[in-house]
Every structure is written in C-alpha cells, then in structure tokens.
Write a protein that binds this ligand. Structure first.
Ligand code: ADP
Ligand code: MG
Length: 255
C-alpha cells in the first residue's frame, strides 16, 4: 500500500479548545481501499479528528491533504488553510456519516439523497435520481423513497444517510459512531451495509465501539486516547495482541 498516494493525509495535527489540547500531534494516512477503524475511550479526540479531517473544525497546527490537493500546511507553528476553492474541492472528495443521521426532516428519502449532488455538485437531475434509486436498493430501502425521516426506524435513517454520502461519489467516507444512537437490534443492519462497502473496497474511516465489527472489517485499527494515537496496526494485532497498557485496559472492558 505504501507505493500508492494516500487518499487523505493528516500530519502533525494539533488542536486545542481553549487551554485543553485535544489533538496532540496526530498523523494519519489512509490508502485507497483501506478500512481504518478508530477506537478509544470517550473524550479521546476521535470526533475532533474526524471533524478536522472533514473541515468542520480547523486545527491549530499541522497539515492536511486529499491526494495531491493540499488543504492546510504549517507555517511557523500555525496551520494555514488553502483558499475557498481548495476547501470546496476538498469537500467534494469525502462523505461523512454522523451518529445522529442529520437528515433534512422535511425532505423525502429520495430528496435527502439527491439534494447535494444537484445543488452542490450541479449534476444532472435524471442521472442523480438513477444513482439515488440504485443506492436506495443497495441499502435495502426500496419502498421508502417518498417517506420522510420520522417515518423510518433509526437503522433505516442511518442507511439513508449512508446513501446520501455515497451519492456524492466520494473517494473516502468517514463514519462517526454510526450505530451508537441505534437500538441493538438495528445496529446489525447498518454494520452489514458498511461491511458490504468494505467488501467493495470503499475507502473508509469508521469511529466505532463495535469491537467485533472493527476486527472483522478493518484493515487497520487506530487506538486513540488523550489526544494521541497510542497504538495502531492490523486489526488482529491491535485487538488480540495490544502492546500498550492503555489499549489493553480499554479492550478489557469489551470482553
Ligand atoms: P471522542 O469523540 O473521542 O469522544 P471528542 O473529540 O468528542 O472525543 O472530544 C475530545 C475532547 O475535546 C473532550 O474533552 C471534549 O470535551 C472536547 N471538545 C470537543 N469538542 C469541543 C468543543 N467544540 N469545545 C470545547 N471542547 C470540546
Ligand atoms: Mg466522538
């Protein structure tokens, strides 16, 4: 994998909220087709890392690039972000799926999925609709095209938000705890579609507390705690043979 360019590269990223340093020199590269699971205790900086990677937050120092597109670099000890068009280009390269779906409540399923490709990417409506309907089928949501989010279960809503992310044809999709708002019986159906995407070699970063899922699906696991990457490696190595005490203690809670 190392002879390819990473899809996304974060390097020496630092981020503080007030006095609190939440990301302390984080570096992470994700390569085409790779599935990276990010695990770790609450408050460790996982969401902040995803928010920085997806430009929902700016970081204080460090570098970010998508392929050859440099989004932010460091000058002196400060991060300097690219111009508006660079940010806009970067934003078209990734998809994002949150814990709480973030669907438009008044839009139908179909409209939720079609909105951004038409309004942001300026694509042809008929072409987008074809793709949206394919994604609806792929997510097992046929028959729900005309429903609004509150008529769907949490698991269905999350699958709509995955379809919405995929309809932008992203190079990489970031998931922030995609199942943690779901009842256990609905978690499986969402994990299943993410597994299916992994089998199709979609590049993904998934923050998750589902250790079994992480072990099954991830090529690489990153364990974050206290704003640092404590340990990372192949899923089997990190989950079954963690090297650091903090990783061992964290995983012991899931046994
Ligand atoms: P995780 O996703 O691993 O639970 P977060 O990235 O959400 O961790 O949070 C890391 C730390 O940053 C926590 O201490 C949290 O309270 C703090 N934090 C996150 N977002 C903000 C914010 N917008 N303002 C202030 N503190 C924040
Ligand atoms: Mg979080």
């Amino acid at each position: 994998m190392t002879n390819q360019n990473p899809i996304v590269r974060l390097s020496h990223v630092k981020k503080s909220f007030g006095e609190v340093e939440v990301l302390k020199d984080i570096s992470l590269e994700v390569y085409p087709g790779e599935v990276v699971a990010v695990i770790g205790p609450s408050g460790g900086g996982k969401s902040t890392l995803l928010r920085c990677a997806t430009l929902l937050e700016t970081f204080d120092a460090g570098e970010l690039s998508y392929g050859n597109l440099q989004v932010a670099h460091t000058e002196g000890d400060k991060a300097v972000y690219g111009a508006k068009d660079v940010i806009k280009q970067a934003k078209s390269r990734f998809g994002l799926v949150f814990q709480n779906y973030n669907l438009f409540p008044h839009y139908t399923v179909l409209k939720n999925i079609m909105d951004a490709p038409i309004s942001v990417q300026k694509r042809d409506k008929a072409e987008v609709e074809r793709q949206a309907r394919e994604l609806i089928a792929k997510m097992g949501l046929e028959g729900n095209e005309g429903k609004v989010p509150c008529e769907l279960s949490g698991g269905q809503q999350q699958r709509v938000s995955i379809a919405r992310a995929l309809c932008m044809n992203p190079e990489i999709v970031f998931f922030d705890e995609p199942t943690s708002a779901l009842d256990p019986e609905l978690t499986g159906e969402v994990l299943k579609v993410i597994k299916q995407l992994a089998a199709e070699h979609m590049t993904m970063v998934v923050v998750t507390h589902e250790m079994q899922f992480a072990r099954d699906v991830a090529d690489r696991i990153v364990f974050m705690d206290g704003g640092v990457i404590v340990e990372e490696g192949p899923a089997d190595q990190v989950i079954n043979h963690p090297q650091h005490k903090r990783t061992q203690d964290f995983l012991a809670r899931y046994e």
